[in-house]
Design a protein around this ligand. Sequence first.
Ligand code: MOS
Length: 676
Amino acid sequence: MKRIEGRVKVTGLATYAAEYPVENVTYAYVVQSQIAKGRVKHVDDGQALESPGVLAVLSCEHPPDLAEDADPELALFQRREVAYRGQIVAAVVADTYENARAAAAAVRVDYDPDDHDVSLSADHPGLYRPEVVNPNFPSDTQKGDVEAALADAATTVDVVYETPVLHNNPMEPHAALAYWDAEGRLMVYDTAQGTSPSRATIAKTLGLPPERVRVVSRHVGGGFGSKGTTRPQAVLAALAARQVGRPVKIALTRQQMFDLTGYRTPTIQRVRLGADGEGRLVAVEHMACEQSSTLVEFAEQTATPTRVMYATPNLRTGHRLVRLDVATPSWMRAPGEAPGMYALESAMDELAYAAGLDPVELRVLNDADAEPDGGLPFSSRNLVACLREGARRFGWERRDPVPGIRREGEWLVGTGVASSTYPTRRMACRAVATMRDGDVLVRVAAADIGTGARTALTQIAAGTLGMAPERVHVELGDSDLPKAPVAGGSMGTASWGSAVVRACEELKRDGKEGRADTAGEIEADAKLARHAFGAQFAEVRVSSVTGEVRVARLLGVFAAGRIVDATLARSQFLGGMTMGLGMALMEETVTDEEFGGFLHRDLAQYHVPACADATNLEAYWVEEQDGELNPMGSKGIGEIGIVGTAAAIGNAVHHATGHRFRELPITPAKVLLPRF
Ligand code: MOS
């Protein structure tokens, strides 16, 4: 089906958070901390207040009223302590954006700086074991005796992989527009991946009952996790609007986004694998070091995919965290799985070489028939089918496994493979379907963040009702609609779609209206391991002159239940794979060790793949029937595309060059250094 909002988007008519026309609007601009740790001694706003058009300066000199239990990342101007460089320490509200920005530069902030520590290392004395990792997994798991099994193994691999800080760069920067209506109700146009959870967070932060807040996000230009939690701009717009008694608009700059919208934690991961004489895994260990801020414990679930992937009698996984003087890490597409599977799937490639086995066959040989960690049966698992289908389409059987021997002029050529996985979950959701003049209106506070959620839900409703999709109208992106969970964790379609199906089923019975709440249905779900799987194949060409790595071909095959819409699904898989290509070769935010904060702060420095980098991508899926998921039989597809891609490309670079690069991204400088 064609994307419902495709036309308004390409004609520029789709309205994003910063674009809603409101009377009497004002603009806020933030002042950010210049130190990474210490205290704000004094904020001198005298000159700023006298600047043209300025209405107010917000800072810790006059802390605004906020709930005491507000998330520390959102508790603006409540404390004088600075937790990271770039933290918001003041904000100026003025009649124009330019006046606000000019006055913000005139705010003088005196600091009492302390020594800061912004460097993650595997031997950092502050590393500790968190109780749980996101969203609520135990930090560590242990089964059998890994040490004994490694000591007896025929082949072992003991390797360390590193991934850098990564930043989401959605095309639509974070923005919010807030005003208080005559009844004292707060209206926020925000860039949110979920208006219901955003409303809850904003209400909690301001100490308001949720019904006194309305959040609207009809169109969102990408999020990837960075809009999955409420970011400070929404709270700031609300506070500023309360103070000046007028609507306030705030649009973060691309540079400000690097400080204020979260990032993927850097990781240092040690993987130890042991295999018997046939290549069967006898021991797997995956330990991840990562960082959080002093404000909030955000513990990414980096080693959790290893609890799902391969059969082994001895398995140990764990996470170590250090609280640094940095901004709090946050969600980024496939949090945990993306960096974690990079390490595991690179190590599996190393094991294949060490054991003299084909990397596809090694994975097939070690396929699991129950979840290796907990022993739960899978609702469905078709990793092997993906590997086989991918190998066939890619032409894997023609591959000579010897690394570093294929040369075409200056170019070294190689191929690599990796597995993908991502959990399949759903969350409680409500929806209402109503008959109107022969058409059906479906209302649900879902979010379309560029995925095509409107279109997918329209098809799900039309299919349930047995009606033409043209006669079904889906309304989403508004917290006044029936409560719905976030577009995140690849759960959107499964969660919202379940409620839409139930509401439409009831409408069919009732004739006028159907209402659904899936909380009970989800609670009754059988206890099973539910995951999507996939296989990624990459062909790379590495220039022996410049060190540049070109991805000549990237092919993914996925087993993700029933695919609701082929066009939308293909875009999700390809988008994820493109982001994985960026992770493999270019994306990296360098931390400023001396001053704190980040050295990379814009798209000139933080490189993402352009069309010219992603020229030959293919995504396919295998038929998968799974009756244990949701009424659609679908698994989430938003994130699995990124998982495994970086490993497949890294493994191909090894096959091309004969050298193993264990620190992402694999940049020209790193490629040239050891080889040529
Ligand atoms: Mo995604 S990182 O679950 O928004």
